[in-house]
Write a protein that binds this ligand. Structure first.
Ligand SMILES: *Cc1c(COP(=O)(O)O)cnc(C)c1O
Length: 382
């Protein structure tokens, strides 16, 4: 048996943290203000600038961001929301939080993103909103979805949890529709431990989101703390504690500084995978349409039925070699809370879930590690 040192483990992904993040956190701790305050305001401003939106509202997770969007858009119990099943379960859970019903729609067989063509099959008199998801960071073809939403007077909010830095038609994801939600879970492009952000060009939606994340309160804790005069506080709506702390925001600001390098390195690794794995007849590599710049939050490969090995076995064999491979994105409609909600057929979603797998890809990954992953895949799927 080989020792761990002969064959160091290559994880699927690992956050890139170092001195800048540690220094930034120390500074916040020394300041004495550790809850949401001025550093979060700076992080919001920087992130809004990065994606090109007027406003960014920091929250405690990507899931919280999605939940607040549904509330800000006025989605109510019994309303229906069109959403892909081929995604992370949070996309449906947040719809359940507001008592609405997720109606699952199928994906395109090549991009694995929401297919705009069959959306009308899922439409009913109760449909109120549509949630395009930029799955694994690859932008969905937004324009046909936005046109469909406009034609049927549906609200739109984007799940951009994985899509920081990705571009649709030359513009970064974050202001193509009224609302876009980002996640800063360690599995995403940058991390704050846990955290999320909603970006919007609408002053009204931004204000609404700020009130909702803070118990429905009209004055922030930081404003009240700094005020010389007495401020009466009111809670005109039911809100949540979905605040991001300044400790998290300090990490986020330091991480944002790394974005150029992160995007470059992720794309370089993807290009290397494409060059070395592309010739294999058994593998179908990610498709990036002309309208998209991909941040490669994940590298999803499809195993052709002609391959001499099944997907699950392939992933297991890679894991045995110390390579943190994983199954592809799941289907929400296969999970217990959502099993009875299938209205329209989802063949492409199911096929993608059954036949795809993910390979390690993260900025600190070395060329040697990429080489080792490639050799392992080609040996196993020969
Ligand atoms: C990660 C993710 C979320 C949830 O983000 P959290 O910050 O973990 O709450 C939502 N949707 C998609 C598509 C995701 O990948």
């Amino acid at each position: 048996m080989k020792s761990a040192d002969d064959n160091p483990r290559t994880p699927l992904c690992t956050p890139w943290l170092g001195e800048p993040e540690i220094k930034a956190v120390n500074k916040v701790l020394q300041s004495g203000w550790v809850a949401q305050g001025p550093v979060t305001a700076s992080f919001e401003k920087a992130l809004a600038g990065f994606v090109g939106a007027r406003h960014a509202v920091a929250v405690s997770s990507g899931t919280a961001a999605l939940h607040l969007c549904l509330l800000a858009l006025g989605i109510e119990p019994g309303d229906e929301v069109l959403v892909p099943s081929h995604s992370f379960v949070a996309v449906a859970n947040v719809i359940s939080y507001v008592g609405a019903v997720p109606v699952f729609v199928d994906i395109q067989p090549d991009t694995y993103n929401m297919d705009p063509t069959p959306l009308d099959q899922a439409l009913t008199s109760k449909t109120r909103a549509v949630c395009p998801v930029h799955q694994v960071g690859l932008p969905v073809d937004l324009d046909p979805i936005l046109a469909f939403a406009q034609a049927h007077r549906l609200k739109v909010y984007e799940d951009a949890a994985c899509a920081l830095g990705s571009e649709y038609k030359g513009r970064r994801i974050g202001s193509h529709s009224p609302l876009a939600c980002f996640s800063f879970h360690p599995r995403k492009l940058i991390t704050t431990g846990e955290g999320g952000m909603v970006t919007t060009d609408s002053d009204e939606l931004a204000e609404n989101l700020r009130v909702l994340r803070h118990q429905g309160m009209t004055v922030t804790a930081h404003e009240r703390h700094r005020a010389d005069d007495f401020k009466q506080v009111h809670f005109p709506v039911v809100g949540y504690n979905y605040r991001m702390t300044d400790i998290q925001s300090a990490i986020g600001l330091a991480q944002l500084e790394r974005m150029d390098e992160i995007l470059k390195r992720r794309n370089a690794i993807a290009a290397r995978y494409e060059e070395l794995l592309g010739p294999s007849p058994h593998l179908k590599l990610p498709v990036v349409p002309d309208y998209a710049f991909h941040n490669y939050q994940s590298y999803v490969v499809r195993l052709d039925p002609s391959a001499p090995i099944g997907r699950d076995q392939l992933v297991q064999r890679l894991m045995d070699k110390g390579i943190g491979a994983g199954a592809g994105v799941g289907c929400v409609h296969r999970e217990a809370p959502y099993r009875n909600l299938v209205r329209v057929p989802l063949p492409h979603s199911e096929a993608a879930t059954d036949h795809t797998f993910m390979l390690p890809l993260y900025p600190q990954m070395t060329d040697d590690q990429v080489q080792r992953v490639v050799e392992a895949v080609l040996t196993i799927a020969k």
